[in-house]
Design a protein around this ligand. Structure first.
Ligand SMILES: [Zn+2]
Length: 117
């Protein structure tokens, strides 16, 4: 898990998970109960973004620029080579998956835990 999160730094802003979780912890600490489902949903979304970004998101390589990238062709116009992940799972799809996960978790918590309202 820690290794996956370390590898995720290339696809997700560093500290994103910690920041989202810190917001959740602060919300819980100060008793902003109505905010807690949203904060935890954000935390879940950030976690999915990091895990999918490090594990299954397409990572490509531009042989001309000799650098990793996420698109095909690269901005230089050279076709890129898939290095890992699924070719059909780009950064936009991972972001959509993370957003949907966060919304789903927040919605479930909001609905299932009446004491949070
Ligand atoms: Zn290039």
């Amino acid at each position: 898990m820690a290794n996956l999160l370390r590898r995720a730094r290339g696809s997700a802003p560093q500290g994103r998970i910690a920041g989202a979780c810190a917001v959740g912890a602060v919300a819980a600490a100060v008793g902003v109960a109505g905010f807690l489902p949203v904060a935890l949903g954000g935390c879940a979304g950030a976690l999915i973004d990091s895990l999918a970004g490090a594990g299954v998101q397409a990572l490509r390589w531009c042989p001309h620029c000799e650098r990793a990238c996420e698109i095909d062709p690269h901005v230089c116009g050279t076709p890129t080579v898939l290095r890992r992940g699924f070719a059909w799972l780009g950064n936009d799809a991972v972001n959509a998956l993370a957003t949907l996960t966060g919304a789903l978790v927040a919605g479930i918590l909001w609905t299932a835990l009446p004491m949070m309202r």
